[in-house]
Design a protein around this ligand. Structure first.
Ligand SMILES: [Zn+2]
Length: 406
């Protein structure tokens, strides 16, 4: 059966690239509901054309969520997850449409993560066609990861709770590795209210919101503890009215990262306290969370899934490791509900800059041989993924004009 899957996937290379091109050329920034929905509809049509059931879960602000599924043994599915939104603004696809140069693909969102979605879709199509999947397979296509998944998180968690494993097709690391640990993150804004006064004529009546912001910024930054992976960054500030006015208002945006679940409440509580402290008499401040990701921790379940993946990769001639990164992703949500999770299983980005750049073509040949020899059903899905990944080693897109939440 794996031989059939192998040869069918080999025959689908142009179809995969065609599907990637189609979705890359649709703008789908996180706030562009129409665009994110349009990308979802392309995948919906793909699934339907392969006789795969797909449901559409409407969202009122973000793009809708699409969930496709094929049957298999047992009740707990393997979930292949990915997000359809990008960090790019409208018009980027027209400015920089999908292209392939020297065997590498370029275009907005091609690696983060439309190629990963295509990979997931073809894995489902292959197993729908030939069977042999060790569990039901679910492809979950979310819509707002780059802004912290405010409208997808509930569905992600609900889908993960029923699953036996989750693979998140974020782009593989440039050296071919996957991601086994990610930090959690909270993105916050503090707004400070002071009192305006002329800085020459009426200085004593003023209450400087900027001075308060400065105190808070330094106090928050001092919570950084690199030894346990906690970092605090006040990355955006604004405030004031004119140079000769005591500032009546100021605000600062805070990026908090942490590696361990147990640190979240403690660090957030400390920030909350700093913001509430009246550093400058007569000023007040509020704190609001704009977005949040949970950490992907190295649990026993996650380590076990990585080991399975590494073994399958090894048999396909690929040596890869699990890496830790400070970047956040939806994989933290699925791990936090207790489901074994592995991240960055999508096609590799940025291979041009990697010393491993010449490894993949050989690996593809190995993958073909190994997957055709294999008899172990539980690893079939993984082999198919590696096979696809080898087909789709795509370069990272040009540096984005603005970063998402990662
Ligand atoms: Zn992503």
């Amino acid at each position: 059966m794996s031989e059939q899957i192998r040869s069918w996937l080999s025959s689908q290379r142009d179809a995969m690239l065609g599907l990637i091109e189609k979705v890359v050329n649709i703008d789908s920034g996180s706030y562009d509901k129409a665009g994110v929905d349009a990308v979802g509809e392309v995948f919906e049509a793909f699934f339907k054309s392969h006789d795969i059931d797909v449901e559409r879960l409407p969202r009122d602000v973000s793009g809708d969520i699409f969930r496709a599924a094929i049957a298999g043994p047992g009740n707990a599915p393997i979930v292949l997850m990915g997000h359809r939104d990008t960090v790019f603004s409208k018009g980027e696809a027209a400015r920089r449409p999908f292209t392939i140069r020297n065997g590498r693909a370029y275009g907005p969102g091609v690696t983060d993560m439309k190629a990963g979605l295509v990979l997931n879709a073809f894995v489902l199509a292959a197993f729908k066609k030939f069977g042999g999947n060790p569990a039901p397979l679910v492809a979950l296509l979310t819509s707002d990861e780059e802004i912290g998944s405010p409208q997808s998180r509930g569905v992600i968690e609900e889908t993960a709770r029923r699953a036996r494993a989750v693979y998140n097709a974020e782009p593989g690391r440039p050296n071919g590795n996957v991601v086994s640990q990610r930090k959690g993150g909270i993105f916050m804004v503090m707004n400070i209210v002071g009192k305006a006064a002329h800085s020459g004529a009426n200085f004593e009546a003023g209450r400087s919101a900027i001075n308060a912001l400065a105190h808070k910024t330094l106090a928050i930054a001092a919570l950084t503890d690199l030894s346990i992976g906690v970092t605090l960054n006040v990355g955006l500030v604004s405030g004031g009215q004119s140079v000769n006015t005591v500032a009546p208002s100021a605000s600062g945006e805070i990026d908090m990262r942490y590696a361990r679940h147990g640190d979240r409440d403690r660090i957030f509580g400390a920030i909350d306290k700093i913001v509430a402290t009246e550093h400058v008499p007569g000023t007040s401040a509020t704190l609001r969370i704009k977005g949040e990701f949970l950490p992907l921790e190295q649990t026993a379940g996650n380590a076990g899934l990585l080991a399975i993946y590494q073994k399958a990769a090894q048999e396909a001639g690929l040596n890869l490791e699990g890496e830790a990164t400070g970047g956040c992703a939806d994989s933290g949500f699925t791990s936090a509900v207790g489901t074994p999770t592995l991240c960055a299983t999508g096609p590799v980005g940025g291979l041009a800059h990697s010393p491993e750049a010449n490894r993949r073509p050989t690996s593809l040949e190995n993958a073909l041989v190994v997957s055709s020899r294999s008899r172990r059903g539980s690893l079939k899905g993984l082999r198919a993924r590696h096979h696809l990944q080898s087909h789709l080693h795509l370069a990272r897109a040009q540096p984005p004009t603005r970063r998402g939440s990662e």
